[in-house]
Design a protein around this ligand. Structure first.
Ligand SMILES: NC(=O)c1ccc[n+]([C@@H]2O[C@H](COP(=O)([O-])OP(=O)(O)OC[C@H]3O[C@@H](n4cnc5c(N)ncnc54)[C@H](O)[C@@H]3O)[C@@H](O)[C@H]2O)c1
Length: 427
């Protein structure tokens, strides 16, 4: 099939290249010229394992453009994968989705055959039919479910293993209202062997929010128990190994630590809370999950002060800036909260991350005063005796932490084994 993907970030690029791998041709659309140039020269716009190899392998089967008309007229299906960030008050900002819908609508006006538009961006229940559909209809002069198809197909990939998740998902959820759209998507996803759940459109939208809110709550719950365990001298990882053996609970997503970050859980939980409040509901569980998560990274500083009571002028090493390993994404990273607090307390920071340094510099440019960026983790270990572990990159397992005070937010076993003084946040 010929596919166009609007937005070439984490989800757009992975989805698009995933579809290429499945035998389709893909045209990426973005408003960012730099990303278009990168894709057209075979370079990924983000760091994600396996993407660069796929881009090499399939050169000629994909391209990128700014031109919606070219993309829509030369494809059968258009996926919307633009960002849906939070506004200041936590509510969802639909500006990119609205702009993309308008441009797709304008291009659809000229399209002769049947075209299917699929919303992949995470949007609150009701958005596809109440916001996106009217814009598409207005600018195309056509009717949804009659002249063109419309579906909502939430994405569940995890950054760091995104390509693997796209090609081997736990499930594919497709919200549609017309048979023709359903058939197109059934055909497109036929090569993927996973349960396929067909629902109405707003149910598909809600499945994404309920999944993210549940996972975020699961981690916050584990961290809350983990904080109690820490005070009692209990290893919460052992506790959750025992808890996870209950088949009703499942062992996944129980790694206690300094909490969740990234582009999804923080903004999606906040958006769901805002939506619930708008509807007169008080979602106290989700609100508590967010609050636990906001406090959790500061536990690292609390534990640090047990060993280094005065941070003023002290050099502190920070290992890891990405919100999780194997990505360069720093959106809502716990590293930001930790480093901000260290700097407020007068500490000097030397930080290292294998992929996320450049992105993190947007928060704290390398001005040398309060923060400097190391080129290797060893440089951090040479510069200071006090280390905070914020992201569990595999290479941090290869370091020797002897003579160091290590406060670990993620459980790096080499540090636990070799550090002179070792504190785990929940163990
Ligand atoms: N990142 C994840 O792990 C993940 C997982 C599941 C779902 N999602 C959802 O997928 C959506 C995209 O997330 P992301 O992380 O890929 O975002 P991103 O910021 O990495 O990418 C969005 C891209 O859209 C482009 N864009 C913005 N406006 C545009 C327009 N009008 N036309 C064309 N391109 C435009 C931007 O330049 C950018 O390249 C969000 O709704 C997010 O919640 C993300």
């Amino acid at each position: 099939m010929r596919i166009s993907v609007i937005g070439s970030g984490y989800v757009g690029l992975v989805t698009g290249m995933g579809f290429v791998e499945l035998g389709n041709e893909v045209i990426f659309v973005d408003i960012d010229e730099r990303k278009i140039e990168m894709i057209n020269s075979g370079k990924p716009t983000i760091y994600e394992e396996g993407i660069e190899d796929l881009m090499k392998k399939h050169a000629g089967k994909y391209k990128a453009t700014k031109d919606y008309r070219e993309a829509v007229l030369n494809s059968d299906v258009t996926f919307i994968a633009v960002g849906t960030p939070s506004r200041e008050d936590g509510s969802i900002d639909l500006k990119y989705v609205k702009e993309a819908s308008k441009s797709i609508g304008e291009a659809l006006r000229e399209k002769e055959g049947y075209h299917v538009v699929v919303v992949k961006s995470t949007v609150l229940p009701g958005t596809t039919e109440e916001v996106i559909k009217p814009i598409l209809e207005k600018y195309s002069g056509k009717k949804a479910f009659k002249d063109f198809g419309l579906a909502m197909n939430p994405e569940f990939l995890r950054e760091g293993v995104a390509l693997k998740d796209f090609l081997n998902p736990d499930r594919i959820v497709i919200g549609t209202r017309d048979e023709r759209t359903k058939q197109v998507l059934e055909e497109l996803y036929a090569p993927i062997n996973a349960p396929k759940l067909f629902t109405d459109i707003k149910t598909a939208e809600m499945i994404k929010y309920a999944s993210n809110a549940f996972l975020a709550t699961k981690i916050s719950f584990a961290n809350e128990i983990g904080n109690i365990c820490k005070k009692l001298g209990i290893d919460s990882w052992k506790v959750f190994e025992g808890v996870g053996l209950d088949h009703r609970i499942s062992p996944h997503f129980f790694r206690t630590g300094i909490g969740w970050g990234g582009s999804c859980f923080p903004k999606d939980t906040k958006a769901l809370v805002r939506k619930a409040e708008e509807l007169g509901e008080d979602p106290i569980i989700i609100k508590a999950a967010i609050e636990v998560n906001e406090r959790q990274p500061l536990k690292l500083i609390e534990l640090l002060k047990k060993h280094v009571p005065e941070l003023e002028g002290k050099k502190i090493g920070v290992l890891g800036l990405a919100f999780k390993p194997n990505t360069d994404d720093v959106r809502e990273t716990r590293a930001y909260v930790v480093i901000k607090k260290l700097i407020e307390e007068g500490a000097k920071v030397i930080a290292y991350d294998p992929q996320a340094r450049e992105n993190f510099k947007r928060f704290y440019p390398d001005v040398g005063e309060r923060i400097e960026y190391a080129s290797t983790p060893r440089e951090v270990l040479e510069a200071t005796d006090v280390i905070l572990i914020v992201t569990e990159w595999p290479q941090f397992e290869e370091l020797d932490y002897s003579d160091k005070i290590v406060i670990d937010g993620r459980r790096v076993r080499a540090a636990e084994r070799t550090a002179r003084v070792y504190e785990g946040v929940c163990w």
